[in-house]
Design a protein around this ligand. Structure first.
Ligand code: SAM
Length: 275
């Protein structure tokens, strides 16, 4: 049964907050709020980053368990709510601004009900920082693409990019009714554990560009997808390079190659093009 936070309801009413803009869907179901906080396994040593703190429903729960919470919020009206609620609380710092643009301070864990329209950009911005654990809410379809096995319809550039930086798993599906206003889509909470890539990559920028290029033509054989996207990859003598790559891989589609295999091919191309 859904338990709705009376406090969250009263804050939305008091400040006349309707939500809807800036991806504002407030998590009002205390059961899911508590499960997210439990999944973060917080200790009094942890500094937690929260992206899109909204009215602070998750923020206050995180602050009860962590050393410090750094709450980033874009919407000026919600920033006022956060200041009203938390200026007297010693371990909550509010950063007003766009999470894609602000510099993140050092943090141990990131726990957020993310604004879905910036899911990809904010995830890869986060993954370029050093942290121990992420507990992040996404649109369900996005989460499914982050964790898909090769060969499945959700296996994508996002899967390979995520796997390059972190182990990812879906912890729970969250229904629309857990939010106010309810979004049009279901959501899922993903656990991210950053780690070094489990395969060697000669040049990270080229590997990520290569993955993006070949998945933009995921139904084509790799040979054709490389030739067709060479305006992005800029491989000199591309036909010659492709002719030197293993036929086993060239006749497969990107969607049927593992991240390790894609990295192997990107490395071979990088070596050939670097002479
Ligand atoms: N944390 C609250 C919760 O769990 O109920 C709100 C989550 S709501 C899905 C997303 C929040 O992100 C909103 O408060 C919205 O204003 C904020 N937001 C949207 N775009 C943002 C951005 N680029 N940078 C920082 N915050 C953003």
């Amino acid at each position: 049964m859904q338990e709705v936070s009376a406090l969250v309801r009263s804050i939305l009413k008091k400040y006349n907050i309707k939500g809807g803009t800036f991806d504002q869907h407030f998590l009002i179901d205390t059961c899911y709020l508590d499960r997210i906080v439990a999944a973060a396994e917080l200790s009094p040593q942890d500094t937690v980053l929260e992206i899109g703190a909204g009215i602070g429903n998750l923020t206050e729960r995180l602050a009860r368990r962590a050393k410090k919470v750094i709450a980033v919020e874009l919407d000026p009206s919600l920033i006022s709510v956060l200041h009203d609620r938390f200026d007297a609380v010693g371990n909550i710092e509010i950063i007003a601004g766009d999470a894609l643009k602000v510099d993140f301070p050092v943090f141990d864990k990131v726990v957020s009900n993310l604004p879905y329209s910036i899911s990809s950009e904010i995830t890869f911005k986060l993954l370029r920082h050093k942290f121990k654990l992420g507990i992040l809410m996404y649109q369900y379809e996005f989460a499914a693409r982050m964790v898909s096995p090769p060969g499945c319809k959700d296996y994508s550039r996002l899967t390979v990019g995520t796997y390059y930086f972190a182990d990812a798993s879906i912890l729970m599906k969250v229904p629309k009714g857990a939010f106010q206003p309810a979004p049009e889509v279901d959501s899922a909470v993903v656990k991210l554990i950053p780690r070094p890539a489990p395969f060697e990559v000669r040049n990270e920028a080229f590997f990520l560009e290569f993955v993006a290029a070949v998945f933009s033509q995921r139904r084509k054989k790799l040979r054709n997808s490389i030739l067709n996207t060479n305006y992005l990859l800029k491989i000199p003598d591309v036909k010659e390079v492709v002719s030197q790559l293993p036929e086993d891989f060239m006749s497969k589609r990107a969607e049927n190659l593992t991240p390790e295999e894609l990295a192997g091919i990107a490395n071979m191309i990088f070596d050939l093009k670097s002479g």
